[in-house]
Design a protein around this ligand. Structure first.
Ligand code: FAD
Ligand code: PYC
Length: 416
């Protein structure tokens, strides 16, 4: 892996943008791998990286039907936090947050992780009771979390409308100082480059079209580039996971919905933290380029189109302008959508399946970006050992039979 000194960076900045070194190889598929990961998003790439790094399993392919990071990974609003209510979820997301804190160094790629803090606003007495409960639970689990009153919110975000005239006046917030944002495509590229350096084959434009299953054991996958043999498959396909489960002959309790985001024209620095409101349904931060990064709620219908409806954009922008009248004349530059896979309890699935050797990592819904390193880390251990990592065990599909659901609707960034 090439490391650049300060001088090297200046040299590259002055040079024409030519002869760039490829960040990863572009190999032909082999006939057989020890493990195949389906889905070249952040979670799939992180899984491949940790399989190689932590478990010495390097004869691995990541099969991606499009381009690496082109799914939800590079379509999200990049919010990273770990302030979940229940012990199982807090442990998983906090594990991830700890990995974020050393990630740029670990993969030698600047993922621009910025711990600028996240505010989850409360607008009603009931919101504030829920915030108090969640902050207490967070603190018991060693997750940094505080309750702020309205004045405390205004001190952190002076430009927010803290007046009583707002439709939903701000009564306070939860505040997680270690939370923040990261550059999403850099996360995919960084994991890709680091996995490739261990010898993992990253196969883009390679779509899985079916599974080869013999006596209840997966023995390979069919792809548009031919068949590949393997006895270990990790399926990490987010909004397409229901489709992949169908190919393997079982159903998962998932619904796929469009979720959209938008960015404004760039501005001088004005907002140095992340503000989220479930009640008015909008969240906002400012990127290092200066654009406001704004997220909406899901579109209520099911769909696989990577775009959302205009009505949702309108609703979200109303919410943002209501909280930040100062932004009322800012122009929006771009808008896009992803397909999020939502579970009934707003928690992910990290699980064995009825097919031996076939594992699923999905159901992250509207909130999986923050989990990227942690999810990859525990899923790699699960694939390597054939048994769930202790942090993954509560997220098995068995919970939908046993009733041991982990209801994180309150902590999910976007209601669904
Ligand atoms: P993806 O990045 O979607 O990767 C799955 C990959 O599988 C895709 O690249 C797809 O092409 C590939 N694939 C599918 N089918 C096949 C097949 N048959 N063969 C081969 N490849 C296949 N989360 C947060 O934590 N914070 C946020 O602020 C946040 N904001 C969001 C905002 C938006 C608008 C959206 C859409 C999502 C947001 N999320 C957020 C959720 C987050 O983006 C996802 O949970 C996370 O990125 C999922 O990562 P992944 O690697 O599992 O999926
Ligand atoms: O899970 O924090 C989150 C989130 C924010 C925006 C979308 N998801």
């Amino acid at each position: 892996m090439q490391r650049y000194s300060g001088f090297g960076l200046v040299k590259h900045a002055l040079r024409h943008h030519e002869d760039w070194q490829r960040q990863w190889r572009n190999p032909e598929p082999k006939a057989q791998y020890d493990a195949v990961i389906i889905g070249g998003g952040g979670h799939g790439l992180a899984t491949a990286y940790y399989l190689a790094k932590e478990h010495g399993i390097t004869n691995v392919a990541v099969l991606e039907k499009g381009w690496l990071g082109g799914g939800n990974t590079a379509r999200n609003t990049t919010i990273v936090r770990s302030n979940y209510l229940w012990d199982e979820a807090a442990a998983l997301y906090e594990h991830s947050l700890k990995l974020w804190e050393g990630l740029s160094q670990d993969i030698n790629y600047n993922v621009m992780f910025s711990q600028r803090g996240v505010l989850n606003l409360g607008h009603t007495l009931q919101d504030m009771r829920d915030i108090q409960r969640r902050v207490n639970a967070n603190r018991l689990n060693g997750v940094d979390s505080e309750v702020l009153d309205a004045k405390g919110v205004q001190e952190i975000v002076p430009i927010i409308d803290g007046s009583k005239r707002a439709r939903y006046p701000i009564m306070g917030a939860s505040w997680q100082p270690r939370a923040g944002v990261a550059r999403h495509d850099a996360v995919a590229w960084g994991f890709a480059r680091a996995a490739d350096a261990y010898g993992v084959d990253l196969l883009q434009n390679t779509e899985v079209t079916g599974f080869k299953i013999l006596d209840g054991q997966v023995v390979g996958v069919h792809t548009n580039r031919g068949d590949i043999e393997t006895r270990t498959v990790g399926c990490v396909t987010a909004g397409n996971s229901g489709v992949l489960a169908g190919m393997a002959g079982f159903k998962l309790p998932l619904e796929s919905h469009p979720l959209q985001a938008l960015v404004s024209e760039p501005m001088k620095p004005i907002l140095d933290t992340v503000v989220m409101s479930n009640a008015v349904h909008g969240y906002i931060s400012q990127s290092d380029k200066g654009d406001l990064v704004i997220g909406a709620g899901i579109d209520g219908y099911n769909g696989y189109g990577q775009r959302g409806s205009y009505a949702t954009v309108e609703h979200t922008l109303q919410a943002i302008v209501e909280m930040f009248p100062i932004f009322s004349r800012v122009r929006m530059n771009r808008q896009w959508g992803g397909i999020v896979d939502t579970c009934p309890d707003a928690c992910p699935i990290l699980s064995k399946t009825p097919v031996k050797g076939l594992f699923f990592n999905c159901g992250w819904g509207t909130g999986g970006f923050k989990a990227t390193p942690g999810s990859g880390h525990v899923f790699a251990a699960t694939l390597a050992k054939g048994e769930p990592h202790p942090l993954a065990a509560p997220f098995s599909i068995d919970r939908f039979h046993s009733g041991a659901l982990i209801d994180e609707h309150g902590a999910a960034g976007v209601a669904h």
